[in-house]
Design a protein around this ligand. Structure first.
Ligand code: ATP
Ligand code: MG
Length: 503
């Protein structure tokens, strides 16, 4: 039976259309060199940058270097799984992670596999790990506060939803603690939290998870973990996967998301290792030239979406570890310039007992001010200046022994302010608590010795809660300090203060 010409044309057209597709998908190559977490593959001529490749035996890698003769791949599985001579297959796909509400309370690796032993996770959607950031038109300004519950931060370096605020400091200065406390603080505030551990010790991550569980924060938190023992490729991928999961909640569920990258110094180091092994030219501090782009394309993905797109947001708290307090080295300066401000933690303050050791002079929040609650702005307005003056005066008066009364009073006032900013781990404040503490100390309404302030403030808060819970509720609900509320608060503090003096 003769075939009609148009039928023939249709069949040929279909074959031609499918021909290239099937060929490129099944295109295979050969491992010519493997080791140190990378593989060089001969063949795979049409392989794309960032494409996933599959090795014999099912191990997975990603094409990172496209050269004339071969393709450099980074490996997501242990080194021993791959050997020279193995065949490699293109997949035509880029790295994707499953995302959905089922992830809440779970620990996954950067490829989205559960690693908490609680069984498989059913997710609705796959999200590409690398995505372009929302454009300017898709965004709106930062105007809603992200309450951290840490007094020094909420009062002086306020963070808004959709902002990127860097936490920077030497090792063991409480960087992770600030991030964890902020997550704990999001309880009942309808914020999804994601903690991305990059190259951390497994025990450190386990501790973070344990603390989140203990303080009831795991229900709304997802942990994306890559440990120091994981291949560098996994550590490299972790923040992008975390960000993709965050984007799911921001875009699909229109939620506010908080994401912590702990920490990007280790991320840069993992990327440097991969780049050097792939024989890319080293630049400053042996980092490759595109290390700035590595972090900027990640942090640009934090945004507050416009109302048209649902108004969700991603607030990012990247962490950077410095050496000897040097914030002017390569990676710190890069990330400082990408973010909207930084919280600088200092070892000296930490050891002097000022915890969290926030250096007020060097910490800023460039956009958070417009997101600060009216109540907080009202009581904390003078705080920064008062503290700066205190530091200056304290340094100056170190040398003089007899100070006049006014100077002595200002020194005492400053010391009380510094003391009020001290806060332990895992005890974030509510907004109302913060307002009470600040109102009483900034206005100098408590005449106590510095070492008794902590106890007094605690008692004051309990006193006000006992006497007038309504006041607390009003502040929490309206986030404002109207004149009549302020009067009530003032009277209560005065009452407590005179009560204290009479004892
Ligand atoms: P690393 O560089 O190892 O990641 P880090 O900067 O993340 O350290 P943390 O692990 O958060 O620091 O804290 C270091 C130690 O300081 C911990 O033992 C923690 O309990 C303690 N610590 C942190 N913040 C406070 C605080 N506000 N009050 C009391 N102890 C604190
Ligand atoms: Mg840490």
């Amino acid at each position: 039976m003769a075939i009609k010409t148009d039928e023939l044309a249709a069949i040929l057209k279909e074959r031609i259309a499918n021909f290239k597709d099937t060929l490129s998908r099944s295109e295979t190559g050969l491992v010519v060199k493997a080791g140190d977490g990378i593989a060089r593959v001969y063949g795979l001529n049409d392989c794309m940058y960032g494409e996933l490749v599959e090795f014999d035996g099912g191990s997975i890698g990603m094409a990172m270097n496209l050269e004339t003769d071969d393709v450099g791949c980074i490996l997501f599985s242990g080194e021993n799984a791959i050997a020279e001579g193995q065949t490699v297959r293109r997949t035509g796909k880029v790295v994707e992670v499953p995302a959905g509400p089922a992830l809440l309370g779970r620990i996954v690796d950067p490829l989205g596999k559960p690693i908490d032993g609680l069984g498989s996770i059913e997710c609705k959607m796959m999200m590409k790990a690398e995505r372009t950031a929302p454009s300017v038109i898709d965004r709106k300004g930062v105007s809603v506060p992200l309450h951290t519950g840490i007094l020094a931060i909420d009062s002086m370096v306020p963070i808004g939803r959709g902002q990127r605020e860097l936490i920077i400091g030497d090792r063991q200065t409480g960087k992770t603690t600030i991030a964890v406390d902020t997550i704990i603080s999001q309880k009942n505030r309808d914020v999804i939290c994601i903690y991305v551990a990059i190259g951390q010790k497994a025990s450190t991550t386990a501790q973070v998870v344990e603390n989140l569980r203990k303080y009831g924060a795991l229900d709304y938190t997802i942990i994306v973990a890559s440990t120091a023992r994981d291949p560098a490729a996994m550590q490299y991928l972790a923040p992008y996967s975390g960000s993709a999961i965050a984007e799911y909640f921001m875009e699909q569920e229109k939620k506010d998301v908080l994401i912590v990258y702990d920490d990007l110094s280790k991320h840069a180091v993992a990327y440097r290792a991969l780049s050097l092994l792939l024989r890319r030219p080293p630049g400053r501090e042996a980092f490759p030239g595109d290390v700035f782009y590595l972090h900027s394309r990640l942090l640009e993905r934090s945004a507050r979406l416009s109302d048209k797109l649902g108004g969700g947001s991603i607030t990012a708290l990247p962490i950077i570890e410095t050496q000897g307090g040097d914030i002017s080295s390569y990676i710190p300066t890069n990330v400082i310039s990408i973010t909207d401000g930084q919280i600088f933690l200092e070892s000296d303050l930490f050891f002097a007992g000022i915890r969290p050791p926030v250096n007020v002079g060097l910490s800023v929040s460039r956009v958070g001010g417009s997101a600060q609650t009216k109540a907080m702005r009202k009581v904390a307005g003078r705080l920064r200046i008062d503290l700066a003056q205190y530091r200056e005066l304290a340094a100056f008066s170190q040398f003089g022994s007899d100070l006049d009364k006014a100077t002595q009073e200002r020194l005492n006032h400053g010391a009380l302010l510094v003391e009020a900013m001290k806060q332990g781990q895992f005890c974030p404040y509510n907004l109302a608590d913060e307002i009470i503490i600040l109102y009483a100390t900034v206005n100098g309404m408590l005449s106590v010795k510095v070492d008794e302030l902590g106890k007094t403030l605690k008692a004051l808060i309990s006193f006000i809660r006992y006497k007038n819970q309504e006041l607390i509720d009003t502040i929490e609900k309206t986030c404002k300090l109207e004149p009549e509320t302020e009067d009530t608060l003032k009277n209560l503090i005065t009452e407590y203060s005179s009560h204290m003096r009479s004892h």
